[in-house]
Design a protein around this ligand. Structure first.
Ligand SMILES: NC(=O)c1ccc[n+]([C@@H]2O[C@H](COP(=O)([O-])OP(=O)(O)OC[C@H]3O[C@@H](n4cnc5c(N)ncnc54)[C@H](O)[C@@H]3O)[C@@H](O)[C@H]2O)c1
Length: 292
């Protein structure tokens, strides 16, 4: 991978024994992998997730390997729950040095105009508003530390074009949010670093993220367009099943924070698609499909 410009701050010492990390979406997949790794580095880890039972099990697993862990059930799409998460973290450990905004859901891949309002609200509520709520709640705490870092989990589909419904749109927004945050922090001379994690395929429970679709949303309507979208979902799931282990992604994140990388890509097999996007923009497009 080519060298990246440095992130916003000197984050080398953030991952140190005794420092505190908050990880959202920590009960499964990448969030659990990150929690395990950060705990193994000696950090106190505040694990937040909307799935209470899975969170309890995940926190017990991290704690059993000697990690210092606090589990806080949290729906990141609700500002008041995120504020409560920050308060719990500060009550337990007095500071936060690393914020991993990782919780995310997939949602429908149907044509955009057919997607019900409730599904838009769910996907953007978790994937985008969740990050916004966490920034509003935690940035004042991070800015108080001598060294701190934010990692936002976007996706490789937050970098190049795709047809993954509100998901891809939310992930482009998370990439743009991270870039904006980087500039904002540099402008005020803050010592808080930023990275945006843009994974390719990773072996997680992401394919079943409808398990967290709000129960009060109307059931999906069967249409021809929906069947085509289901095929896209299946292809996506097959890719994820052949992907990296969450522990490998955690290695990339830890190394990325230590070396102040901003963009954290996990799969070099997508580099050409990233380059192609820049060329398409300059040439006037249209965008090529991500999987030719
Ligand atoms: N797995 C992949 O191939 C892949 C690729 C690119 C990006 N990502 C991103 O990685 C992140 C983690 O996903 P994963 O692959 O580990 O999937 P996962 O389903 O295994 O884990 C996601 C976690 O987020 C939690 N969550 C869902 N809604 C929440 C909410 N409202 N509040 C708090 N927690 C909530 C889930 O309960 C789950 O524990 C997501 O942002 C996803 O978009 C994953």
């Amino acid at each position: 991978m080519s060298a990246a410009p440095p992130a916003a701050g000197p984050s080398g010492g953030v991952i140190s024994p005794g420092n505190v990390a908050v990880v959202t979406g920590a009960a499964s997949g990448i969030g659990l992998g990150l929690s395990e790794r950060l705990a193994a580095e000696g950090m106190a880890v505040v694990m937040a997730d909307v799935e209470r039972r899975a969170l309890e099990g995940a926190a017990a697993k991290v704690g059993a390997s000697g990690g210092k862990v606090l589990a806080v059930p949290t729906d990141v799409s609700h500002a008041e729950e995120v504020d409560a998460l920050r308060d719990e973290a500060l009550r337990a450990y007095g500071a936060v040095h690393l914020l991993c905004n990782n919780a995310g859901v997939g949602g429908p891949h149907d044509p955009l105009w057919t997607i019900p309002e409730g599904d838009w609200e769910w996907v953007l509520g978790v994937n985008l508003w969740g990050v916004i709520h966490c920034l509003r709640a935690f940035m004042p705490v991070l800015l108080d530390q001598p060294a701190a870092h934010v990692v936002n989990t976007s996706s490789i589909f937050g970098v190049f074009a795709g047809a993954l419904g509100p998901y891809g749109i939310s992930k482009h927004a998370v990439t743009a949010l991270s870039e904006t945050l980087h500039f904002n922090l540099r402008e005020v001379g803050a010592t808080v670093g930023v990275s945006v994690l843009c994974p390719g395929a990773v072996k997680t429970n992401f394919g079943s993220s409808d398990r967290n679709r709000p129960a009060d949303l109307p059931p999906p309507v069967r249409t021809r367009a929906r069947e085509l979208a289901a095929a896209s979902m299946e292809r996506f799931d097959r890719l994820a099943a052949a992907g990296l282990e969450p522990a490998e992604v955690a290695d990339i994140v830890v190394e990325g924070i230590r070396s102040s990388r901003f963009y954290l890509l996990t799969s070099s097999n997508r580099d050409d698609a990233v380059r192609r996007r820049g060329e398409e923009v300059v040439a006037g497009g249209p965008p090529a499909p991500p999987f030719p």
